[in-house]
Design a protein around this ligand. Structure first.
Ligand code: 1GP
Length: 243
């Protein structure tokens, strides 16, 4: 079976950059899914991530099932809640919020998820999730009741990422939060990348081609963009011109 993680590893080793379009089931009108997925098909996107911090039960399953009928790109769950786990997806980012100190998001929810995953074929990718302050409160912060890490404390951020890798996590995700005012800056990305052997995901507040390029050039292997595509579908075309 095709492994999503193996593909990310291979791309990272070759320096091939990956782009995930994030679809939040709570924000996406069902009637718009078909045309939105068509835009993704003709874009430079390599993955679709599905998830949100505050999604009603069942919405994710229905959305993922629909997306799978429309496109061949890998669909990866990026869940804010255990209820968002569905076998219709190809893989699951099994997130541990290692920037925070709320046990529920470090190990608690994972036990519930493990029960749900029993017997499932979903590819599970353990991921260290690190929330970085971005200038305003994010929904991850509100829902998880954790504080983001200070942008100024780069050693703390980079050693948190390294600790995640040493604990056996296979990906690190630096998150500024959906719609962030300030995306994760290049100094943080460079320092974290320098410490890691595993691939690095960066997302939150990336709204321009220049910001995407800077994030890739700083060392992100995979970038996640949601809001900029939701707000303006012409952004898909803008990114087609080589970056
Ligand atoms: C949020 O990192 C993702 O979890 C994407 O953020 O919606 O700001 O692109 P944006």
């Amino acid at each position: 079976m095709k492994s999503i993680y193996e593909d990310i590893l291979k791309a990272s080793a070759k320096g091939k950059k990956l782009l995930a379009v994030l679809i939040d089931p709570d924000k996406m009108e069902r009637s718009y899914v078909r045309s939105f997925v068509r835009l993704i098909s003709s874009s430079i996107a390599t993955h679709i991530f599905v998830g949100g911090s505050e999604v009603d039960d069942q919405k994710t399953q229905a959305l993922v099932a629909q997306i799978k009928t429309l496109i061949d790109l890998p669909v990866v769950l990026f869940p804010g809640e255990v209820s968002q786990i569905t076998n219709d997806a190809d893989a699951l980012l099994f997130l541990s919020l290692i920037s925070g100190r709320n046990p529920e998001y470090l190990i608690g929810k994972h036990i519930e998820a493990a029960a749900k995953l029993n017997g499932s074929n979903l590819e599970v990718i353990p991921t260290g999730y690190i929330l970085i302050e971005n200038g305003k409160e994010t929904s991850v912060q509100r829902v998880s009741k954790t504080m983001p890490m200070s942008r100024a404390n780069i050693p703390l951020i980079s050693y948190t990422a390294k600790a995640g890798e040493l604990l056996g996590m296979k990906l690190i995700y630096l998150e500024a939060g959906s719609g962030a005012t300030h995306p994760v800056n290049h100094e943080i990305i460079m320092e974290v990348k320098d410490k890691l052997q595993i691939p690095l995901i960066v997302g939150g507040g990336i709204k321009s081609k220049a910001a995407l390029k800077k994030t890739f050039d700083s060392g992100a292997d995979l970038v996640v963009i949601g809001t900029a595509f939701e707000n303006d579908s012409s952004f898909f075309n803008e990114l087609k011109i080589p970056i």
